[in-house]
Design a binder for this molecule. Structure first.
Ligand SMILES: *Cc1c(COP(=O)(O)O)cnc(C)c1O
Length: 398
């Protein structure tokens, strides 16, 4: 024991500082775990195939395909063989811990039918990594990310006709894991269910052009906090945001919330998207800035992709650092803000046109400035996602 302690001390001494545990920064390797295997997949095809919806009238998250992937886990027996079964209701015990204590996680990603007809997922390993981090945080079982990805790919192949033949629509993929522990004790689940449901989704901006949003900078409610679980996609982070969101819509005339933190009103996220600000900073440099992954911010795959693109271009400063409403207001008053937009899988980028903060309307000139950076990001990702440009971010499902 003393020897181990000594070794640890030497390591941290060598590094010069102690590094806190940062689960939101993924250090994991893709080692094999006691997991289900795609080679054990059992497929039960549906005998009643549903009518596919008109791709022009898709409402997000309302349409699902004919099949779903389901895998069960117990502490004693481990994972069952993965199954693809007809889409339908789940049957779970009413004491299931997911229903009482929100022992639950989810992911969100998309598959695209490329212009060459090939179906591809966008950066699925990033979602698998994040899902593993979420699972660990809410005491749900670990699984092998490669095996889950192979099973999901098979599900998409089974329902391949549901992937829209369109370069404005895609197939949304929703992996989920829930605690099914049939007991009211607040304890680690000894039973869990992993399932993946998929469904076609239409363009986020149905008009074909950007639909900028007005934000309510909420000074009352907080989405996530230091030491909390803001970095994980746990259901428990989202339920409590509905009431403030309804307030922003009904009482403030805004579409989304700008989530702030601490008395300094640090800018953190917008709705369920990461936030990006492109401006001339106090030093007079053009800069794209987004908050640091400090544990309160969800590490978005879109956020990461936009940062990587911007760094590759190397045309302006790219920063991950905290900034406050005071910085933002000063930027607005001094006409230094070019664009503010949200970033997430659903829309890629979502331009912001104004922010209501402490009863003051801040006009954000994103659209007046032609949303040039937002558009460039959107087009670049779109070309990659629909296979117009070859990029190893894409994972072939076929
Ligand atoms: C899912 C999510 C995002 C965006 O993540 P992507 O991986 O880019 O879709 C950002 N913020 C929150 C709070 C989220 O839940």
């Amino acid at each position: 024991m003393a020897g181990v302690f000594k070794v640890l001390c030497q390591v941290s001494h060598k590094q010069g500082r102690r590094v806190a545990h940062q689960p939101w920064i993924n250090h994991m390797t893709r080692r094999s775990l006691a997991s289900f295997k795609a080679s054990d997949l059992q497929i039960q095809l549906s005998t009643e195939l549903k009518q596919k919806p008109d791709p022009n009238n898709l409402v997000f998250g309302k349409e699902f395909t004919d099949h779903m992937l389901v895998v069960d886990w117990t502490k004693d027996g481990g994972w069952t063989a993965p199954t693809i079964v007809p889409f339908g209701n789940l049957s779970i015990h009413p004491a299931s811990s997911s229903l009482h204590y929100a022992i639950e996680l989810f992911e969100g990603m998309k598959a695209y039918r490329g212009v060459d007809g090939t179906i591809r997922l966008f950066r699925p390993y990033a979602n698998m990594d994040r899902m593993s981090i979420s699972a660990a945080r809410c005491a749900l079982p670990a699984f092998d990310k490669d095996e889950l990805l192979k099973c999901m790919s098979e599900l998409i192949r089974v329902d391949r006709d549901w992937v829209p033949h369109s370069t404005t629509s895609s197939l949304y993929v929703r992996p989920t894991m829930i605690g099914t522990e049939p007991s009211l004790g607040v304890s680690p689940p000894t039973q869990a269910k992993l399932f993946v449901i998929i469904g076609p989704v239409g363009p986020y901006f149905s008009t074909g052009t950007f639909n900028p949003v007005r934000l309510y900078a909420d000074t009352e409610h907080v989405r996530a906090w230091k030491g909390g679980v803001g970095y994980a996609k746990l259901g428990s982070n989202y339920g409590p945001t509905i009431m403030p969101q309804v307030n922003a819509i009904n009482n403030k005339g805004c579409q989304q919330i700008l989530w702030l933190y601490e008395d300094e009103h640090y800018v953190t996220e917008v709705g369920t998207m990461n936030i990006m600000m492109y401006w001339k900073n106090e030093q007079g440099e053009d800069e794209l800035v987004t908050p640091t992954l400090d544990g309160t911010i969800l590490p978005g795959v879109t956020r990461k992709s936009l940062l990587e693109l911007a760094r590759k271009w190397g045309e302006f400063k790219v920063s991950e650092r905290p900034f406050t409403m005071k910085d933002l207001v000063k930027g607005v008053k001094e006409n230094r803000i070019y664009e503010i937009f949200g970033a997430g899988t659903a829309c890629v980028v979502c331009p912001v046109s104004s922010i209501l903060y402490k009863d003051e309307d801040l006009e954000i000139p994103t659209m007046k400035n032609g949303a040039k950076l937002a558009t460039r990001f959107y087009n670049e990702l779109n070309d990659i996602q629909y296979g117009r440009v070859q990029n190893d971010w894409m994972y072939n499902v076929d």
